[in-house]
Design a protein around this ligand. Structure first.
Ligand code: ATP
Length: 338
């Protein structure tokens, strides 16, 4: 694979300032402001319908905001057509032309941009080398595997040398193993190219693995932005804690006190990450086992303690009884925002 100097390919920063977009009564994007640094991998993460795709489409120019502004680099692109923006979109379905070869697919955008023959050939070759697909020039795309098609889609995207590459759940069509492998490749490619990448997903693991920064969205709003570790370790709200970390949330002050010794107000909740609950021999709190699933490396359990249901994951060999002793090793106070 060719080594590229990322400094030569740095993308542009993207900035959204109080962007709003409604569809009838639905505020799909509600006063969203974001600063996405040049060359970074930035994810929009949130449940279905929270406004991720609409935000991405507004950045790409396929959709326009009712209010607010979009900047790419120094330039205000708010009213600029998608074709005139230095952005490219990679879709879930790859959107490759099925009747064309790999070469023709990658070449297409360059022809549209009226790039001359010899330059075009060179660019196609370079783009395919970047994704390790140079040996497939004349292969029909329909005879490629899902992962290979994904790489061709990437080659086609980088061929036009965009400043910003936008991904709308690009891995969701792949099976689990291929998804994880493609994730690693995607991250490596992004590092090499130094392109600003904005990635939409509802998969928290994917966002944590890929991103320099993540914006968590809910009901059209950004609820928290941060790097993966700080979001995972310091969620501000019960929503972020449960969406990102699979935390158990206690909203009842009495239960919170009994289980964690933490006093909370009505506006607060206690978040307990499942890996922070361990099964101990004796001396912990007594819990009733509600369910237990042996998954090889780990066992997932649901346990009822003092009326609260907690889920936990353990690598321990837990006793096969209906009652266990558990210890809560860490918890944190977050806003009671479910
Ligand atoms: P998903 O992961 O399911 O794609 P999302 O987070 O990307 O969800 P959006 O697709 O941006 O969310 O949709 C946000 C809200 O706006 C939803 O309620 C959706 O139904 C609505 N919406 C989006 N596009 C349109 C449209 N063209 N016309 C009407 N409503 C729309």
């Amino acid at each position: 694979m060719t080594n590229f100097n990322p400094a030569q390919n740095r993308g542009e920063a993207v900035r959204l300032s109080e962007v709003t977009r409604s569809f009838g009564a639905v505020r799909a994007v509600d006063s969203v402001s974001l600063d996405i640094p040049a060359g970074s991998f930035f994810s929009l993460l949130g449940p279905s319908g929270c406004g991720k795709s609409t935000t991405l489409r507004i950045i790409s120019g396929f959709e326009f905001p009712d209010d607010g502004k979009v900047f790419i680099g120094e330039k205000d692109v708010t009213r600029l057509d998608a074709r005139r923006r230095p952005t490219v979109m990679v879709f879930q379905s790859y959107a490759l032309f099925p009747h064309m070869s790999v070469k023709e697919n990658v070449e297409y955008g360059l022809k549209v941009r009226k790039m001359k023959g010899p330059d075009r050939e060179k660019r196609v070759q370079e783009s395919l080398e970047r994704v390790d697909m140079e040996g497939f020039l004349n292969t029909p795309v329909t005879s490629l595997s899902g992962g290979q098609q994904q790489r061709v889609a990437l080659a086609r995207a980088v061929a036009i040398e965009p400043d910003v590459i936008l991904f709308d759940e690009p891995l969701s069509n792949l099976d689990v193993t291929l998804r994880q492998q493609t994730r690693v490749e995607l991250k490596a490619l992004q590092r090499r190219l130094g392109l600003t990448s904005i990635y939409v997903t509802h998969d928290q693991e994917e966002a944590l693995a890929l991103s320099d920064q993540i914006a968590v969205m809910r009901d059209g709003k950004i609820v928290q932005v941060g790097d993966p570790k700080s979001l995972y370790n310091h969620p501000k709200s019960a929503f972020v804690a449960s969406f990102l970390g699979g935390s158990n949330i206690l909203v009842d002050p009495k239960q919170a006190m009994l289980l964690t010794g933490t006093p909370i107000s009505k506006e607060q909740a206690v978040a307990i990450r499942s890996e922070h609950i361990s099964v101990v021999g004796e001396g912990g709190m007594v819990g009733q086992v509600v369910s237990r699933q042996f998954l090889g490396m780990i066992t997932e359990m649901e346990i009822e303690i003092q009326g609260a249901r907690l889920s936990l994951k353990t690598t321990q060999n837990v006793p096969d009884s209906t009652q266990v002793f558990v210890k809560i090793e860490a918890s944190q106070v977050v806003s009671n925002d479910l």
